[in-house]
Ligand binder design. Sequence first.
Ligand code: NDP
Length: 494
Amino acid sequence: MLDTKQLSHYIAGEWVEGDEFTEVINPATKEVVVSVPLANQDKVDVAVREAKRAQKEWALVPAPQRAEVLFEVGRLMKEKKEHLSQLLTLENGKVLEEARGEVQEGIDMAFYMAGEGRRLFGQTTNAELKDKFAMSVRAPVGVVGIITPWNFPIAIATWKSFPAIVAGNAVIWKPATETPIMAFELAKIFETAGLPKGVVNVVFGTGSTVGEAMVHHQDIRVISFTGSNETGSHIAAECGRQLKKVSLELGGKNAVIVMDDADIDLAVEGILWSAFGTSGQRCTACSRVIVHEKVKERLEEKLLTDMNKLTIGNGLESENKVGPIINEASLEKIKKYIEIGKDEGATLLAGGNELVDGDFASGFYFAPTLFTDVSIEMRIAQEEIFGPVVSLIPVASFEEAIEANNSVTYGLSSSIFTNDVNQVFKAQRDLDTGIVYVNAGTTGAEIHLPFGGTKGTGNGHRDSGVQALDVFTEWKAVYVDYSGKLQRAQIDTE
Ligand code: NDP
């Protein structure tokens, strides 16, 4: 499926071989897929130097022409969609249907951001003095650093790199070491699409070397990061010391609220899809279900019945709906939370165990898990588990449901199932999250809307949507005085 056994960095338009390597493991089978090089500080320095040189010229290319390259990137991704999807399943484990969805997100982002080449709107406004013109324009930032996680190895990279490129920046991209293949494939697409050398550079390596080198490099002016809160807050502190712009998209503890008037069958479908899709390893995954006590039993019953029908296994086999967990460390983290939940007094209704029999023995698999009678202060109701584990929290009213939703330190996504229009509008107002769904699960963001969250989910920036351009541009205010004399603002206003 992959035409090489060893990946190379992509720096200044050249394929640069590595010295040291680590192996990429297919989480469904524990087989080695490919070797990925691990760069050191020197490679980052070279990449940034070349990116800086390339960016100066790229910024002078008219934006509609920059966009032409993105249109071609989108076309090539579309042409290679099936190939990319299969490789994505191979390195990440998510089932093929979801991998195709993720690649499609990247294709959509390419065409959407290419369209921005003819917009990138600024504002014209009135000056306060006669014969004077005022406007604000978007200017590229320069060289930007993109650090991405393993759970969406291509979509997240497109949310960040495509707006950066169309806005006239050059990019240094460090993908997660677990999932480098999508970065390698996307670099090939950039090359084929005719992106000038040095505008995008892919440097493979660990967070502690390549990531740190990027964060500390004085010529990288922005860091856009998606991943854990721990790493995100560390990066923010380092960037803060350097007064470097940083955009963070971190974790979630997302809830589906099921009210007493909800369509229970629909709610269960929404919960299953958003809780167990990608084996719960999405930042928007549903990991809490806040249920009105009047429908708690009905919901539990239906959830248990339908959870039993979930087919688990290698994502390349089309009958499977839930794939493996990314690696041993994640599996251990999930197991630890099962013990925490039991110790806290939650009732385990289903799952709670690693799957080890038969074919499961050759991968990292965990049974879809349901806890009930969970209260909001329990750790399993507060902390990100990042696995197929759902906690049911019973409540007695709409107000209590909103309070339970907002009781966590995260604020990414939330959802409510109800047919009461008044509750719908109150919920979209009162749910303290960056994304709200009504009568749908907590996942399924569309790329032309802003993606990100409140509170501990980030630092106020957004991925995707037109808002992503704010991360990768500086606002410049321009005043043109055509009076032929010196006019002093705030003074010569008569
Ligand atoms: P990390 O946040 O550690 O990794 C995300 C990215 O950051 C990777 O590319 C990683 O590199 C890089 N990185 C790690 N340390 C540094 C550093 N000091 N400086 C710069 N870059 C760095 O997440 P993990 O993969 O370790 O996952 C742990 C937990 O994080 C998960 O269980 C989950 O709770 C959460 N998570 C949340 C995600 C989300 O979508 N919001 C996505 C992934 C994880 P490398 O891994 O190659 O060393």
